[in-house]
Ligand binder design. Structure first.
Ligand code: SF4
Length: 310
């Protein structure tokens, strides 16, 4: 089998733990400051009613029950040995420190859970919360997952993110000062962004030497403000090959050390308006592999941070 031309997170996990490690998405009941502090309100233009969470989560169950249920499924399906509890939908640092501690502890107490991943917004962190996360980093294999989407403030305004790039930068530095691993979530193909602007985001991630990235394509979901704009013909969409080329351009610009946790996305099928080609996730991933091979390129080949460092 051909060696991957990029630094794949799952390969890293397997090497580090000596066996298959899978992430389990859980809904711990948090809200979001960008959705009126709860789960209502519109929030980000693209945010689904489920808070941009994964499909298949059963929020009515306790945290431990969600983890146990997913564990048994993943053991059967993937022969997974160990698990990372991923606090995914909404903003998973949006509560007092003691509430956060209690909920994170419930997940970490489940057998074979070796780590936590906590997804949140940059403006939903404070020094006491970052100190708490640093404790979990000492006790387990820990990732902070920060939603950013783009470094361009005009895009963040358009998306109604409710924070700017400086906010991200400040909290990113605070997290790194505490030794936290940070994975940054980004969307390729946002309305109003040129290829050069998308590559500026890639170059900035390289300059920051982020530990990990998740690259998403823009999903248009029914019932979201973006979905309404799409129906009015106001949201241009990428074709699959355009996305594939952007993703490969992006990968080439990242340092080889950055772990790539995601290269596409699979939005909830029942409310996905576009792009419908994204439903075939493996076709997209195979096309990215094929484009890397066609170019004879690898992650880091066009990394400005590396190319300019001597
Ligand atoms: S920060 Fe996340 S949960 Fe909150 S509105 Fe935006 S996408 Fe939705």
């Amino acid at each position: 089998m051909r060696r991957k031309a990029f630094n794949l997170y799952s390969t890293h996990l397997k090497a580090r733990f000596g066996g298959r490690v899978h992430k389990i998405s859980i809904d711990a009941g948090f809200g979001c400051p960008n959705r009126d502090g709860g789960r209502d309100g519109h929030g980000c233009l693209f945010c689904s009613p489920s808070g941009s969470g994964s499909v298949g989560i059963e929020p009515e169950k306790s945290i431990a029950a969600q983890v146990e249920h997913a564990k048994s499924l993943m053991r059967r399906k993937y022969r997974a040995k160990w698990f990372i509890a991923y606090f995914q939908p909404y903003s998973n640092t949006f509560a007092p420190v003691e509430t956060l501690r209690a909920r994170y502890d419930q997940a970490l107490a489940v057998d074979d859970v070796v780590g936590l991943a906590v997804g949140t917004r940059p403006d939903c962190l404070s020094p006491p919360i970052l100190d708490l996360l640093a404790e979990y980093d000492q006790r387990s294999y820990f990732w902070l997952e920060l939603g950013l989407q783009s470094i361009h403030d005009h895009t963040l305004d358009y998306l109604q993110r409710g924070h700017d790039y400086q906010c991200f930068l400040h909290q990113y530095r605070q997290a790194r000062e505490r030794g936290l691993r940070v994975c940054v979530h980004l969307i390729l193909g946002l309305p109003g962004e040129s290829r050069e602007q998308i590559m500026a985001t890639a170059d900035e991630m390289a300059r920051l030497q982020v530990d990990g990235v998740k690259l998403h394509l823009l999903h248009i979901l029914d019932g979201t403000p973006l979905g309404e704009l799409y129906k009015q013909g106001k949201v241009p969409m990428l074709e699959m090959q355009e996305y594939v080329e952007l993703a490969v351009d992006f990968i080439e610009r990242l340092p080889p050390s950055t772990l790539i946790q995601r290269l596409t996305g699979d939005g909830p099928r029942n409310i996905l308006l576009a792009p419908l080609w994204s439903m075939n996730k493996w076709e997209v991933l195979n096309a990215i592999d094929a484009e890397l091979e066609r170019r004879g390129t690898v992650q880091g080949a066009k990394c400005r941070t590396i190319l300019n460092c001597d």
